[in-house]
Design a protein around this ligand. Structure first.
Ligand SMILES: [Fe+2]
Length: 232
């Protein structure tokens, strides 16, 4: 499985991770995921890497993930791909920004995504997955061995579910679907905090206890081992 070249930049007051993703370290085109703030720094980073930004992909439209969408799209000419049911947050950004943050510009995205799509951008084959729970339209982008998973799963934690449209059972189901769909060694590039793997989170993340138990219960019993509850 291919390993895309992912460069992560932590931006803004809420320390959000924006990712510049390209097929490999020599590729001249890239996509940018969740440009949340500090547009000049992100544009300089793309220049320094020598890449042209071919598309802006959004996992969800909380302000810390979309604050730099308008200036990045304007400077690069790249189209913006946005979760369909969260478009109203992007087109009226400041309505959803807590006092003390911003100002951020509105943006009308060129493309709306619901999950289930397949995108071919910057030489990347990108699967779009619907992963609600932290926000109602949340998307995860899968390419090669990488998941760009926004605020679904963090290193040792998960996305909060106390914001409008958040729901723990829904988020847990989204995480479980990712865990069942992708190999354990899949690298997770989250919207906050450090890079991790599905493997590591399934082994250690305290919020994944029930998922861990369900997956363990499905493991085939190895030959020769007594079945639980079997008479000896
Ligand atoms: Fe968020």
């Amino acid at each position: 499985m291919s390993s895309p070249d992912v460069r992560s930049f932590t931006v803004g007051a809420v320390q959000e991770n924006c990712h510049i993703v390209r097929a490999d370290a020599q590729a001249s085109k890239a996509v940018i995921v969740d440009p949340g703030d500090e547009a000049p720094r992100l544009l300089e980073a793309a220049d320094a890497l020598g890449v042209e930004i071919e598309a802006v992909l959004l996992t969800h439209c909380h302000f810390d993930h979309v604050g730099a969408v308008a200036p990045v799209a304007r400077a690069t000419g790249a189209p913006v791909y946005c979760p369909k049911i969260e478009v109203p947050l992007l087109t009226d950004v400041m309505r959803f920004v807590p006092p003390g943050f911003g100002p951020f510009e509105n943006y009308v995205p060129e493309h709306e995504l619901a999950g289930g799509e397949r995108l071919h951008l910057a030489g990347l084959d990108i699967e779009v997955l619907f992963t609600p729970g932290h926000s109602p339209g949340h998307l995860t982008y899968a390419t090669g061995n990488a998941l760009l998973s926004g605020d679904v799963l963090f290193q040792g934690s998960v996305g909060r579910v106390d914001l409008p449209g958040g729901d723990w059972a829904t988020l847990e189901d989204s995480i479980e679907r990712l865990a069942r769909t992708f190999p354990a060694e899949t690298v997770v590039y989250p919207g906050h905090m450090g890079v991790t793997t599905l493997d590591r989170e399934l082994a250690t993340n305290p919020f994944l206890t029930e998922i861990r138990a369900r997956l363990a219960a499905e493991q085939p019993v190895s030959a020769g081992a007594p079945r639980p509850g079997a008479a000896s």
